[in-house]
Design a protein around this ligand. Structure first.
Ligand code: CTP
Length: 402
């Protein structure tokens, strides 16, 4: 979850710099703002144009550029970030950092920053193992500088060993871990389902329902914001993928169950999807044609698997907390209480989805939280606020049962 995080990326002169445009894209996909400093050596491997295009920002290159300094001084550049990421961090730049040398914009920003610094080293295995580098790493670690990698593998120079820069996805995951530290759900995993399912009748027709996916998507975002590594299994919706969440897109109930099972084990599962109870017994391979004068075709249905009941069943992989939703139009509380017992989940969020409430398509929701301790009536509030409150309750409960 890097939503709104400001990352100052320092790209120094190693062959791994060619991966930096991908790194910038991966960080931005997770919601981060990325600003780049490119050293003279780095510019030999990746162009400022490429980094500028993917970061959609100016790329800073030269300490002594008067225009750059007038626009944004090196002190401000290094301080307005939430974290400074050096990738690739060459042996040379690590040595400069260890001895406090500031002879270009990158090393000056690193000396001037008051923010955490993370380095993804990249160098030949002999350079990595050289006592000079070992002692620089030790000095920097003692000063609180963090390291991501390096990895073992083939090197650009043809040798094999430790020294490859971690892949952009690994660096992104490490940064997410860094920002999760101290959050209430750090170290937990969450699974959320959202949206309707589409049950194919033939290649062009399906059975579906009015669920918008707004509530489920908001819950996934809220759990991720509290530091949980969150997987969202989403049926077809018009909602954008929430930042910082792994999203698996599915169509049918059977696919949704499959994706949920693959996401286990998790600490908490919130099943907010409006899963179709039935599917056509046979989905035709070709489009069903309308013959003039013929009787309309019948639709034989079979029951879909119940994902909530499946995940709630006792077993090694049962999440510590399973939360279901009950979308009702009549006798809301009674129906929801019975559903909680029938499906075996821990909590049920009951809501009135009668057409006059506008709940399905709307942005607000009036819910009742049914737990083993009774019923809580929550006020009408936005779906985002329902999600935040539910995520707070999850965090309190998981902390107690940890
Ligand atoms: N659910 C599920 N798999 C299904 C049907 C429902 O996981 N095949 C989950 C929903 O995600 C929700 C809860 O079960 O968390 C209740 O869904 P709802 O449609 O209200 O309940 P049903 O079991 O379908 O009961 P009914 O339609 O009779 O009210």
């Amino acid at each position: 979850m890097l939503q709104g995080k400001k990352i100052l990326l320092i790209v120094s002169g190693g062959i791994a710099a060619y991966k930096c445009p991908d790194l910038v894209r991966s960080l931005r996909k997770r919601g981060a703002d990325v600003r780049c400093i490119l050293t003279r050596g780095g510019a030999e491997f990746v162009t400022p144009l490429a980094l500028g295009a993917v970061s959609e920002d100016k790329v800073y290159e030269d300490l002594f550029s008067l225009t750059d300094e007038a626009e944004m001084g090196h002190i401000r550049l290094s301080r307005e970030a939430d974290v400074v990421l050096v990738a690739p961090a060459t042996a040379n730049l690590l040595a400069k950092m260890a001895s406090g040398i500031a002879d270009d914009l990158a090393s000056t920003a690193l000396l001037a920053t008051d923010k955490p610094v993370l380095c993804a080293p990249a160098m030949n295995v002999q350079m990595w193992e050289n006592p000079a580098t070992r002692s620089n790493i030790e000095v920097l670690s003692k000063r609180g500088i963090g390291f991501i990698g390096p990895e073992e593998g083939d090197m650009a120079c043809g040798e094999w060993g430790l020294g490859r820069m971690s892949e952009p996805e690994q660096i992104t995951a490490a940064l997410e871990g860094f920002f999760r530290r101290g959050l209430p759900l750090d170290g937990t995993r969450a699974l959320v389902t959202s949206g309707p399912t589409h049950e194919a009748i033939d290649p062009v027709r399906y059975l579906a329902n009015r669920s918008s996916g707004k509530q489920g998507h908001a819950i996934a975002a809220a759990l991720a914001r509290l530091g949980s590594a969150t997987t969202l299994v989403s049926g077809p919706t018009g909602q954008p993928d929430p930042a910082g969440v792994d999203v698996v897109h599915v169509e049918s109930a059977v696919q949704m169950l499959d994706a949920c099972t693959n996401a286990l084990p998790v600490d908490v599962a919130v099943l907010a999807a409006a899963v179709s109870d039935w599917r056509p017994e046979h989905a035709e391979d070709g489009k069903i044609k309308k013959a003039p004068g013929a009787t309309p075709p019948g639709l034989a249905l079979v029951e879909n698997p119940d994902i909530l009941a499946t995940l709630s069943a006792p077993g090694n992989l049962r999440p510590r907390l399973v939360i279901g939703f009950a979308a009702e139009t009549d006798d809301i509380l009674e129906n929801a209480k019975a559903k909680r017992t029938r499906k075996g989940c821990d909590w049920i969020v009951a809501n009135d989805v009668s057409p006059e409430t506008g709940t399905f398509a709307g942005d607000a929701n009036t819910v009742h939280l049914i737990t083993q301790n009774g019923i809580e009536d929550w006020p009408r509030q936005s779906k985002t606020d329902v999600a935040r409150r539910l995520a707070d309750r999850v965090a309190e409960t998981l902390a107690v049962t940890a």
